[in-house]
Design a protein around this ligand. Structure first.
Ligand SMILES: Nc1ncnc2c1ncn2[C@@H]1O[C@H](COP(=O)(O)OP(=O)(O)OP(=O)(O)O)[C@@H](O)[C@H]1O
Ligand SMILES: [Mg+2]
Length: 354
């Protein structure tokens, strides 16, 4: 699907609008020691039709919690999740089930997420059964075969009869993609879809997801701790730190000209050397690993911020919580539609471009 810049300004539909999403968990311990976990602490973003938005950040920053709240697999504390003109945050029962058809999710673990006793056919057919789609068995079968074909599981007739243990990690993730695509969702939420795969299988899965976007106009919320992966797949990147988006903008622009010091730190380690097994930054930043049950006052990043130190520890960073502000506004001159989006950062000392 190719969309011109002009069209995108006027006709490109928004498939998801998240506003001021907050998710808190009850803390462990009793009385005053039980601090609430502020897993998601006021997050807003949009995804347009055919767009891939990556959420990037360290382990524990709230990426999966955002995904699960959007799917309503856990209850948001507050905020709005608008899709198809409805607020998913408040839907219940049949209306919620109906809305869920539009959004499908792919998880990190292709070994744990598939039922080992089900054939590939039954796994991919399951969402159709749940949502009562496909009027006849033949119709259902052809929908499953199409989905296997879309996920490049070939030949589909043979693959349909296999069990997860007969498949490689990459093939299993293709089965997960097929069972998402069989619903022809507007939006796919993919939570670290390649991080458990062999390096050799990763590129194929990323390419498949991008091809499906081109072919069907599917949008993605793509979650990864690896900024390099985000840059490869995404049109736009949102960098998450302790439950907040601290920077968001067109992927290439954000990687080439990071405006937030946290993004700059992530970039300096995205070669992989300083990243721990769970994606935490080991060496690049000073200070303790952040905890969502103890979010710092003022700018939540200031205790680890190189810029804060460089600038002589300004009072503002310790006392005022910075909001996202525009670094470069939406542009209209560029051909690349995603590059039209504004670039925003939540740092008191990231200045607007003149
Ligand atoms: N059910 C829960 N109860 C209490 N705290 C939780 C729960 N789920 C997540 N958390 C906490 O919320 C914060 C965000 O967790 P989340 O799993 O969303 O992070 P993440 O960015 O997906 O991390 P990772 O990269 O490791 O997957 C963490 O501090 C986590 O410990
Ligand atoms: Mg996660």
């Amino acid at each position: 699907m190719s969309v011109t810049a002009e069209q995108s300004e006027t006709t490109r539909a928004r498939v998801l609008e998240v506003r001021d999403l907050v998710v808190r968990f009850a803390g462990r311990g009793k009385g005053r020691r039980a601090r609430a976990v502020r897993a998601v602490d006021g997050v807003s973003f949009d995804i347009e039709q055919g767009e891939i938005l990556a959420l990037v950040g360290e382990s524990g920053c709230g990426k999966s919690t955002i995904a699960l709240a959007v799917m309503r697999l856990l209850e948001p504390t507050s905020g709005r999740i608008i899709s198809g003109g409805e607020n998913l945050a408040t839907l219940r029962g049949g209306a919620l089930r109906q809305a869920r058809r539009r959004i499908q999710m792919i998880f990190q673990d292709p070994f744990g997420s598939l039922n080992s006793r089900q054939t590939v056919f039954d796994t991919v057919a399951e969402p159709l059964v749940i949502h009562k789609l496909g009027a006849t068995p033949e119709e259902r079968r052809s929908m499953v075969m199409d989905a296997l074909e879309l996920a490049h599981l070939r030949p589909p007739e043979r693959l349909a009869q296999s069990y997860p243990h007969e498949l490689s990690g990459g093939q299993r993730q293709r089965v997960a993609i097929a069972s998402a695509m069989v619903m022809r969702p507007e939006l796919v939420i993919a939570d670290e879809p390649v991080s458990m795969l062999d390096v050799s299988a990763r590129a194929g899965i990323l390419r498949l997801m991008m091809d499906l976007r081109d072919q069907l106009g599917t949008s993605y919320l793509f979650i990864t701790h690896d900024l390099a992966v985000a840059w490869v797949v995404a049109d736009r990147i949102a960098v998450v730190y302790l439950g907040r988006i601290v920077e968001i903008g067109p992927a290439t622009r954000l990687v080439e000209r990071p405006a937030h010091p946290y993004t700059a730190a992530l970039l300096s380690v995205s070669s992989g050397d300083d990243v721990g097994p769970d994606g935490e930054l080991i060496e690049a930043l000073p200070g303790e690993t952040p905890s969502a049950s103890n979010v710092p006052e003022g700018c939540r990043f200031h205790p680890r911020c190189p810029r804060y130190i460089e600038l002589g520890k300004p009072e503002q960073c310790r006392s005022v919580d910075p909001q996202l502000h525009v670094i470069r506004p939406r542009t209209t001159t560029n051909e690349d539609t995603s590059a039209l989006s504004p670039h925003e950062a939540a740092c008191h000392f990231s200045s607007e471009e003149s």
